[in-house]
Design a protein around this ligand. Structure first.
Ligand code: ADP
Ligand code: MG
Length: 225
């Protein structure tokens, strides 16, 4: 398959679990759109970050040890102003954090999961499915070896149970399937380039907007070997 344009060299990566910000920087290096975010180490820094990004914002506690942030109360969505941000900061659970991530509050019509992993004895694989915090419950995923051609990525999306939602059903708008295809192809090249060093990565969720309005990854995780 043809390599998409605008992919540089993969950044130097430490071994182990990446933070959300590090995993998003890796995705962004492959041209995958990610939410704007600033790492802060105090509530005052968080407020400055929120002013730079613009309200409403999202506040997330950062810890490499945590896999599901929302389960621990580490994700505070849609904070409209500094008072709400202060309250959310004060309500973070009492666990050791590397800081807090202040992010733009993104909007989308559907949540996808995009994943990549190295399968020993087989090679790099990518996955796409119905995403968000219910992903394990829904089990609506498709897998293929990387790298992908755009037509492979499109075929994976069409095989999902979620497909009618992406395609526009019952008066709902058709979503930006091209943006989802583009993100999946780019993730597949990331997986192919990193090879066995990419133990696993997921973008969950990638928010998908109406056709022509694009997609954005609001969460990312990766483990590097
Ligand atoms: P985790 O998956 O570790 O629990 P996420 O960062 O995925 O944490 O946040 C949980 C949910 O909150 C996401 O599935 C998404 O629905 C929503 N969310 C997270 N970040 C944003 C954001 N920047 N903008 C809008 N919604 C978000
Ligand atoms: Mg998530």
């Amino acid at each position: 398959p043809a390599r998409p344009p605008g992919i540089g060299h993969p950044p130097r990566l430490p071994a182990g679990a990446l933070t959300e910000a590090e995993a998003k920087a890796l995705a962004a290096a492959y041209g995958i759109p990610v939410t704007r975010g600033i790492l802060a180490r105090s509530v005052e820094e968080a407020i400055l970050a929120a002013e730079a990004i613009g309200y409403p914002v999202v506040l997330k506690g950062v810890s490499r040890a945590v896999v599901h942030k929302s389960d621990l109360g580490l994700v505070k969505l849609n904070l409209p102003n500094a008072a709400a941000l202060r309250a959310a900061y004060a309500a973070l659970p009492d666990i050791r954090l590397e800081g807090v991530l202040v992010q733009e509050m993104a909007r989308g019509e559907a949540e996808l999961i995009l994943g990549a992993r190295w399968e020993p004895g087989f090679g790099p694989m990518v996955l796409v499915g119905a995403g968000g915090v219910l992903v394990e419950l829904l089990r609506d995923v498709q897998l293929m070896p990387a790298p992908l051609r755009p037509e492979d990525a499109a075929a994976m999306l069409r095989r999902l149970a979620l497909w009618p939602v992406l395609d526009g059903v019952r008066g709902r708008p058709a979503l930006d399937v091209r943006a989802a295809v583009e993100a999946l192809v780019r993730l597949s090249w990331l997986a192919a380039d990193l090879g066995p060093r990419l133990i696993e990565m997921d973008l969950n969720p990638l928010l998908l907007r109406a056709a022509g309005r694009g997609a954005v990854a609001v969460d990312a995780r990766a483990t590097i070997g």
